[in-house]
Design a protein around this ligand. Structure first.
Ligand SMILES: Cc1cc2nc3c(=O)[nH]c(=O)nc-3n(C[C@H](O)[C@H](O)[C@H](O)COP(=O)(O)O)c2cc1C
Length: 243
């Protein structure tokens, strides 16, 4: 191995090959090489920002400009995806009527989960420190409810279907970037899965190839909002070196 970054002899099989480049367009990577001081500064700043992200369950009704929602969705849509299929659709809801219908349907499902024991004891025990229950008032109070739908397959004009790849992994990454973008802009959200979520397809009249993945109330936290005093696993518990 060499440490010369410009050493092209490292590769016997360069990417793209001349044949590939002749068949499909390629452009030069847009990339800034940072010095180590700047790399560390950015890494520390990002970690400190992310350490303050929390799931919020008490929102204020203060409006949030549609532009901020669009920025978060556009950022989310930069996520890598299997075969670059971008198998997601973000449905942004601010209509009071639709939010009320979503809340009503979510609470109906959650009542069965919590009160009729659709969630088994082990699940309920895991949720106990969070103190969640079937009440989902925040779905009406928060100025936005954004529903991320996964596209199980691509639906082309005239009903032609095309397969999507690694749909859940792709949507999970997009969801993470969406949450991070909101947090970066000083907005709060909750990753919410009032399971089963099929009611969202009906209320939001989504096509047959889309399935609800996660629902995000978005807004500002209610002043004085409280969150569970959770501890995150230390680095040593989530990272091993395989040398
Ligand atoms: C896939 C997924 C589903 C979740 N579903 C719910 C949910 O339905 N209701 C809820 O109150 N929190 C839900 N959460 C939020 C978690 O409870 C929360 O992320 C966790 O307790 C850690 O807290 P933090 O996000 O503040 O760090 C969900 C989180 C994830 C990743």
């Amino acid at each position: 191995m060499t440490s010369d970054p410009s050493n092209s002899s490292l590769y016997l099989h360069p990417y793209p090959s001349p044949e590939l480049a002749a068949a499909h367009p390629f452009v030069e990577l847009d990339f800034d090489r940072l010095d180590v001081v700047e790399q560390r500064r950015r890494g520390v700043a990002f970690l400190e920002l992310m350490q303050r992200r929390r799931s919020v369950r008490m929102f204020s009704d203060e409006p949030v400009a549609v532009e901020l929602i669009d920025l978060a969705i556009e950022a989310a849509s930069t996520a890598p995806s299997g075969a670059h299929k971008q198998p997601w659709r973000f449905v942004a809801v601010r209509s009071a009527e639709l939010k009320a219908r979503i809340r009503e349907a979510a609470e109906a499902e959650e009542r069965v989960n919590y009160l009729d024991n659709r969630m088994n004891d082990e699940w309920q025990e895991a949720l106990a420190p969070l103190g969640t229950d079937w009440h989902k008032e925040f779905l009406e109070v928060a100025p936005w409810v954004v529903v991320l739908f996964e596209q199980r397959y691509e639906l082309r004009p005239y009903g032609e279907k095309r397969k999507n790849y690694y749909v859940k992994e792709s949507c999970g990454i997009a969801a993470g970037i969406f949450i991070t973008a909101l947090h970066t802009m000083g907005l709060a959200t909750l990753t919410h899965t009032p399971s089963p979520m099929a009611f969202l397809s009906n209320v939001l009249e989504r096509p047959e190839n889309e399935r609800p993945f996660v629902l995000f109330p978005v807004g500002y936290p209610l002043p004085g909002a409280r969150v569970p005093d959770l501890q995150r696993k230390p680095l040593d518990a989530v990272r091993v070196f395989a040398d």
